[in-house]
Design a protein around this ligand. Structure first.
Ligand code: FAD
Ligand code: NAP
Ligand code: SF4
Length: 685
């Protein structure tokens, strides 16, 4: 199947790219993502289905998750490697599946260097990474030369396995990037010192791979264009390296942004869309081979704009293809409003990978479960009532309707989305609008009847002849029993985010979970314009990124910070670090935003009373008064399931009655769990 270009709104994105010996169907590159299936038993069959779905959906070029050329370069002790002939067979499953469509696929060759999470890691010099407990040993010249051979041999095996090329990973702080920067490379031999020496390993690898694989094999080099760390490269060094990469025989250069240990967010939802494409644009003036740009490009509109402005020749998107395998197909059919957009949350993808769990996607639980979570047409088409149009109720309704069921949704609110309507108010979480837009579109496409501003009652549900009832009534904020909790100073997060009640300049927030942090960010950055589009330059400066590249690593001497005029206290009873329970890859960003705004984060708090004077607390046996205008309660949530309980005791209980999402279990609930649970029920109902 070929993607149709029917007078598309995305002519640049959908234009083919002639590489001389082969042609890419369009300008989309699915960026490398480790899924965890690489190491799972039987994982390559699932991986083949995963990649095949993206090829069927029309992506031009896929880059696989990182595969090491040898044992020492593995990311983890049992990480995936392609260094033996017998390993070719399983890779062939992937390439055969992808090549049923006009999509090309390259295998990423990744040597983790000092990022290897095992005791046998090595690096140019014995310099430990701040994000890995293992100290690497310094490579001998023999080991360096052996590594070059390993890359070349692995690339030749990839070629045998049917890959159209390889991507050589030279960025994000992995081995080749460690060699190219003085941050880790302290060598005094021909592999260290001047930039020509530091880049020698990367260049020799490209040459060796080209020699082994011939002229008709794609070689992408992922070049770190901004390191975003002290001891990173200067722009002059990066350009010298790009020119050498081109001369050594690379086909494409992909853009790398920041080392993993950099303290600048580069892909999380609060990063403005396309915030880093300016660096690829700068490089376009220096080399003539096609360039790929990347990071926080999540809609065809943004991708088209980047290409039409000439910032790059291709656009790499990784997570957007987890969120929607048919991204390109929908764009080509001018149906971009049907795309399930990646909201940049990292909750089911990167956070999973860092916890050694299989990746998936919060908005698309089918991702990486293509062979396990399937939605066959229902044998009997049922009438189903869903109470609650939050993420759980919506996801259930869409999947059930896709199977042929007739679904009606009831919600007492005047709009669909449940708590996502409050999440989307938080500065930096504007992407949550997209999920609601997606569900609205699916509701109209699938002819799902929605009754808004409608409180569902037991009588209504029992008296109608629905075959199944799905209760997704969500949660209620937890009520606290602190003295003075009914004082007018006390507000809930709904008063702030939903009702926009005026809040004073001195605030205490009770509860430092996800919502406590979001409310603190909301209060601190209420005055900010939406970073999605408007505030790119300001955002870059606030994180210390220097677009004029005066310093090495493109870091400013000092970030430009505008502190909130508010005086905010964020409190928790636990004695652990405030924010310790937040997402693995995003928690540090939330903490850093609050630190920049001078928010005081206090742990080990006992709440004593609230009165006209403020909030009295005790820490380490010492009482203190927080003289605040308002106390905002963000102390977790409880299931809202009175409707379910009444139905359970009625005659209705004998027929299909189901409870999902926050209404089922409120503790540790997030949208990831709510949506997956809904999908699993819809698959079998
Ligand atoms: P809800 O979203 O609570 O939806 C329940 C719906 O049922 C509501 O629309 C309600 O009006 C309706 N309803 C209830 N009773 C009735 C009735 N009797 N009749 C009719 N309608 C009824 N999660 C994440 O994963 N990542 C995040 O970054 C994130 N950020 C958040 C930020 C904020 C500020 C908030 C408040 C929540 C956030 N969450 C986040 C949590 C996430 O939104 C919830 O986990 C998710 O919404 C739960 O989905 P649900 O469908 O179970 O319930
Ligand atoms: P939460 O993460 O469970 O946090 C609740 C907070 O309230 C904790 O800090 C808890 O800490 C405190 N608390 C609990 N009981 C209390 C009591 N009786 N008295 C005083 N304090 C109490 O819940 P949430 O913040 O309401 O978030 C709800 C869900 O939405 C979470 O599960 C989260 O995953 C999701 N969410 C996610 C994100 C994200 O960015 N990924 C953002 C927002 C929300 P102490 O017990 O130590 O005081
Ligand atoms: Fe995007 Fe979140 Fe899905 Fe990851 S889990 S792909 S960040 S929507």
């Amino acid at each position: 199947m070929t993607v149709k270009i029917a007078n598309s709104a995305f002519p640049n994105l959908l234009a083919p790219l002639d590489l001389g010996f082969t042609t890419l169907a369009n300008r989309t590159l699915m960026g490398s993502m480790h899924t965890g299936l690489e190491e799972e038993k039987g994982g390559f069959d699932k991986l083949a289905a995963f990649y095949q779905a993206r090829a069927k959906g029309g992506v031009g070029l896929i880059v696989t998750g990182g595969i090491s050329p040898n044992a020492r370069g593995r990311l983890a002790p049992f990480g995936c490697e392609l260094s033996k002939f017998w390993q070719v067979t399983k890779h062939k499953k992937i390439t055969d599946a992808v090549h049923k469509y006009p999509t090309k696929i390259c295998m990423q060759l990744l040597h983790a260097g000092r990022y290897s999470y095992h005791p046998f890691s090595f690096a140019p010099s014995k310099v430990k990474s701040p994000i890995n407990p293992f100290t690497p040993s310094a490579m001998s010249v023999r080991q360096i030369k052996g590594t070059i051979k390993d890359f070349a041999y692995s690339a030749s095996l990839a070629q045998r396995a049917g890959y159209d090329g390889v991507e050589i990973m030279g960025s994000e702080g992995y081995l080749l990037n460690q060699f190219s920067c003085v941050r880790v490379n302290k060598r005094t031999d021909e592999w260290g010192g001047c930039v020509e020496n530091r880049m020698r390993l990367a260049i020799d690898i490209i040459k060796a791979v080209r020699e082994k694989t011939g002229e008709k094999f794609i070689i992408i080099f992922r070049l770190s264009m901004i390191d975003l760390v002290d001891g990173g490269n200067s722009w002059e060094d990066v350009v010298t390296m790009a020119k050498a990469v081109e001369a050594a025989g690379a086909t494409l250069i992909n853009t790398g942004i920041g080392w993993h240990e950099a303290r600048v967010p580069t892909i999380s939802t609060s990063v403005p869309r396309a915030a880093f494409t300016w660096i690829t644009e700068k490089m376009k003036q220096e080399v003539s081979i096609p360039l790929v740009t990347t990071n926080r490009i999540n809609t065809p509109e943004v991708a088209e704009e980047v290409l039409s402005k000439g910032h790059a020749d291709l656009v790499s998107m990784a997570r957007p293809f987890l969120a929607d395998a048919e991204f390109v197909q929908k764009a080509a059919e001018n149906k971009s409003d049907e795309i399930n957009t990646c909201i940049g949350c990292n909750q089911a993808c990167l956070d999973h990978v860092f916890q050694q769990k299989r990746a998936s996607c919060l908005v698309n639980p089918v991702a990486c479960y293509e062979t396990e979570l399937t939605f066959a047409k229902a044998k009997i088409n049922k009438r189903i009532a869903v109470v609650g149009a939050g993420p759980a109720g919506l996801a259930f309704s869409v999947y059930a309707a896709q199977r042929g069921h007739k679904v009606e949704i009831f919600d007492r609110a005047s709009e669909i989305g449940g708590q996502f309507n409050f999440a989307k108010q938080v500065p930096g979480k504007e992407e949550f609008y997209e999920t609601i837009r997606y569900f609205n579109k699916q509701i109209s496409l699938l002819d799902i009847k929605v009754h808004l501003s409608t409180e569902a009652t037991t009588e209504d549900l029992i008296n109608d002849d629905f075959d199944e009832l799905v209760i997704a009534t969500g949660i209620l904020p937890r009520k606290l029993a602190i003295e003075g909790i009914d004082h007018e100073k006390v507000k809930s997060y709904l008063d702030v985010l939903r009702d926009k009640q005026p809040i004073g300049n001195n605030v205490a927030i009770i509860g430092a979970g996800g919502i406590g942090f979001d409310v603190a960010v909301f209060l601190a950055e209420e005055h900010e314009k939406s970073p999605l589009v408007d505030n790119k330059e300001k955002w870059l400066k606030s994180w210390g990124v220097d677009q004029s590249y005066q310093n090495n690593g493109a870091l400013l001497d000092k970030p430009t910070i505008e502190k909130t005029p508010r005086n905010i206290h964020l409190l928790q009873r636990k004695t652990s670090k405030v924010g310790a329970g937040l997402g693995k890859t995003t928690g540090w960003i939330h903490r850093a935003i609050l630190q920049k705004n001078g928010v005081k984060m206090l742990a080990g708090v006992t709440y004593k009373k609230i009165d006209d004077n403020g909030l009295t607390i005790e820490i380490d046996g010492k009482e203190q008064l927080l003289d605040v205008d308002h106390v905002i309660v963000c102390a977790g949530q409880e299931s809202q399931r009175s409707l379910y309980q009444t139905l359970e005791t009625s005659k209705r209980a004998e027929q299909g009655l189901h409870l999902i999402g926050g209404a089922k279990v409120a503790a540790e609930l997030d949208a990831k769990r709510a949506i997956r649970q809904a999908a699993e029920l819809a698959a079998v109902i």
